[in-house]
Design a binder for this molecule. Structure first.
Ligand code: TXA
Ligand code: MG
Length: 338
């Protein structure tokens, strides 16, 4: 199959989706792999194309909350307030759904499902024109860093999907926060950290938001099935390093004759760049820029030829958006820290 880049031709992308084809769409977090959520065979193609385990449920993408209401069994008392404040945006909400209202392939057989209204004008228009809820896992081969540009999607999935809707670089760069609202009697719980942070939710709601203990203690089993898989890892080994240890680490691996790549902020890169084969500098010192650059940096350094022996990536403080950055980085590094 030839993979088409849909630039201005949204109608063609809509038509392909209606016919049960798989089309990648841009979002503010990462690119998604779209298919009609109500068409079981279309959704099965998504799993096949990604090589994704079938017990890992998908997010249903919508263009407004009204599109979600028919699926919901029990609405959480805070749902409307959260939607009003954070949609469209990088926040996925889990609701208890009406039995059989979505195919089992979408929910992984759970009684709940995940919904999100992405904040990207092109994809909102695509969703409106299609008048279909679309599943949208990140459009990468399962286990690889998520794609933040159409070129990343093309690299992983060319020839395997009908097309990619061009939407520029993803501005946030890490996947949405997943928030569990499935039990109306419990406070919201974060199952996956993202750009809508615990602090932001608590400020809006005026109450404590819970956090899945697995995100704190690695020994717990995650409540979001997807969080248990190896993720985001390039072929080249990745290791975390605290900014204060960066120079020491670079010297250490330099002595061992490692071909080394480093991902860090511009000021950190300035300290070590003479001693490193390949550097990837985030746009500036802020954690927002680190999150935006994380996956594309990992992809870029993984493609060096000859291959690097190790990619060192600087850590950020584990709070706010830093929690999402560190969550993805820990997975990419398989917990290894210098
Ligand atoms: O930013 C994003 O959310 C991107 C863009 C494309 O929208 N999509 C994305 O989808 O990251 P995916 O499939 O890679 O991640 C979905 C996450 C997984 O961790 C999955 O286990 C969790 O959401 N999830 C889905 N349905 C769930 C449910 N019913 N209960 C708990 N977790 C669920
Ligand atoms: Mg993913």
């Amino acid at each position: 199959m030839e993979t088409i880049i849909f630039d201005q031709q949204l109608e063609q992308a809509v038509e392909a989706l209606k016919q049960g084809e798989v089309v990648s769409f841009p979002t503010e977090t990462v690119y998604g792999l779209g298919a009609n959520a109500l068409d079981e065979s279309a959704v099965k193609k998504v799993f096949a194309v990604k090589g994704r385990p079938s017990d890992n449920p998908l997010i249903v993408h919508v263009y407004d909350f009204d599109q979600v209401k028919p699926f919901i069994q029990t609405k959480h008392p805070l749902a409307e307030k959260i939607v009003e404040q954070f949609w469209p945006g990088p926040l996925t909400l889990i609701f208890e759904i009406k039995p059989e209202s979505l195919p089992k392939v979408v929910t992984g057989g759970l009684s709940t499902a995940a919904f999100r209204m992405p904040n990207h004008p092109v994809t909102l228009e695509l969703l409106r024109q299609a008048q279909l809820p679309l599943v949208g896992p990140s459009a990468n081969t399962s286990g690889k860093p998520s794609p933040t540009s159409s070129a990343h999607v093309y690299h992983d999935l060319k020839g395997k999907i009908k097309g990619i809707v061009e939407g520029g670089q993803s501005q946030i760069g890490v996947e949405s926060t997943v928030l569990d609202l499935s039990n109306p009697n419990l406070p919201p719980m974060i199952l996956r950290p993202g750009a809508i942070t615990k602090e932001m939710l608590e400020a809006t709601l005026g109450l404590e938001v819970l956090i899945d203990q697995h995100l704190v203690k690695e020994s717990e089993t995650p409540k979001a099935p997807g969080m248990k898989y190896k993720h985001y890892s390039p072929d080249t080994p990745v290791m975390m390093v605290a900014p204060k240890d960066l120079l020491h680490a670079v010297r250490h691996f330099g002595k061992e004759n490692y071909r080394l790549g480093v991902m860090a902020t511009p000021s950190q890169i300035a300290l070590i760049k003479d001693q490193v084969q390949t550097c990837f500098a985030y746009e500036d010192e802020k954690v927002q820029s680190a999150a935006k650059g994380l996956f594309s940096g990992l992809r870029q350094l993984d493609e060096q030829s000859p291959k690097l022996d190790l990619i060192l990536v600087v850590t950020f403080e584990n709070k706010g958006l830093g929690m999402a950055y560190m969550n993805r980085l820990k997975k990419a590094a398989a917990q290894k820290i210098y």
